[in-house]
Every structure is written in C-alpha cells, then in structure tokens.
Design a protein around this ligand. Structure first.
Ligand code: SF4
Length: 226
C-alpha cells in the first residue's frame, strides 16, 4: 500500500486544507468500501487531542468522528476529569471505517498494522498543525500508531509519557522541517497519555468501574495541564 503521505499537499498548512485533501486519500484499500474519510474535528487551538481507533458505522455515515454513543461517553468523561469538552480536538488513528458485511449489517473490524501505518501521516500532519500539549491515545490501535506494537495500554494506562521517538520519524511528518541531524525540528512538545477506548467502557461487564477508570486516567492529563 502506498500510504497517505503522497496525498498530503505541501501547501496544506491548515486543518481545513488537510481535511479537504484527506477526502481524496487512497493511501490504503479502506477507502473503497467506506462512505467517506472521517477527519478530526474540534477546537483548532485545543491543548488536548484525543485519538481513537477508526470511525464507526455512524461516524462513517455522518463524516464526523465520535458522534455515536462512545463519543457522548467520551465527552462526559472529559468533563468529569476536569477538562473542557469544548476545547478538545478529536480524531482517529485510521480515517476510514473498516468493517465486514454480515447480511446488511456492517460489523466493525479492527484495523491491521498496514492500515495504521498507511494512515499515520494524516495523524502526524494534524499534530503538526495543532501543536497540542497533551495527546491522549484511546485504546490499543491508537497506542500502536504512536507508541509502537509492543505498547500495552493495560499496563501503562494513566501514565504521562514523553513524546515517543517512534512518532517522530521524519517521513511521517508532512513537510515539517527536518534539521541537519535528521531530527524533526518542529515535532510537537506534547506529552502522551494512554487509556482505554470509550467503546470498551460500553462493552464492559462493570460499566461504572470502567468509566471511573477512564475518568481517572484523563484526570492525570488534566492535572498535567493545570
Ligand atoms: Fe487514506 Fe487512511 Fe483512508 Fe487508508 S484509511 S485510504 S490511509 S485516509
């Protein structure tokens, strides 16, 4: 798969320009069956960016991330953690809905490593425009996109982490200046925090405990920004 990088225009210096370009992305095969690209949305001067896995069925139809039940739960948890849900930016590691058809139902399928890697340039381009102070990865797919395949959310959730070197690979940054040592000169000085995806709360046997855990992790981020 060619990946998303070639679809990112060098002159796209705003999120709107990126969003428009992402609508035509053919960086992996997921565009073929999904309805549309679901790009990030929210406050463009947000200090906090939350990264989920991929759009769900409803998000795919509406073209907006986190519009379903998981999105509502996430905004409530953000609020309960002491962050302002009006001042966050929400996006996904993979920008097209991956599913399997069963009869007429479209059943969510976890994206593969190849999709995560293909789509990562969009995520990194969003970071380079947003320059957040805190990036929260929600669940294993988003964690893999930024922290690599060996990261375990269950073991390291709720811990403030430095911005990972793996997310700074120059080829990931769309036309972001690279210094003479090959390091990304303009990498976000963000901290990273991993927690569970809000849809995992909805699936949990004990939803109250799972929700409390999500809020507790987000509170660590809220304190770091205070
Ligand atoms: Fe492009 Fe990402 Fe969609 Fe694949 S999932 S076609 S890389 S936007």
């Amino acid at each position: 798969a060619p990946g998303a990088q070639q679809f990112i225009p060098p002159q796209a210096d705003t999120l709107d320009a990126l969003r428009a370009a992402a609508a035509g992305c053919r960086g992996c095969e997921l565009y073929r069956d999904a309805s549309q690209t679901v790009f990030g949305r929210g406050d463009e001067s947000a200090r906090v960016v939350l990264v989920g896995e991929q759009p769900g069925d409803m998000e795919d139809q509406k073209g907006l991330p986190f519009v379903g039940p998981a999105g509502r739960l996430l905004r409530r948890a953000v609020d309960d953690a002491g962050l302002d849900p009006g001042h966050i930016y929400l996006t996904n590691a993979v920008k097209h809905f991956r599913f399997e058809l069963r009869g007429k139902r479209r059943i969510h399928q976890t994206p593969d490593r190849v999709h995560i890697t293909a789509c990562r340039p969009w995520l990194v381009a969003e970071f380079s425009r947003l320059r957040p102070d805190l990036v929260v990865v929600l669940g294993a797919t988003a964690a893999k996109a930024l922290l690599g395949p060996t990261f375990r959310v269950t073991r390291q959730r709720g811990e403030l982490l430095p911005w990972p070197a793996a997310a700074q690979r120059p080829e990931d940054f769309a036309r972001v200046p690279v210094d003479s040592a090959g390091k990304v000169a303009d990498a976000p000085a963000a901290q990273l925090l991993a927690t569970i995806h809000p849809s995992a709360v909805l699936r949990a046997d004990d939803q109250d405990a799972a929700y409390a855990g999500l809020v507790q992790d987000l509170t660590v981020g809220a304190r770091a920004l205070a």
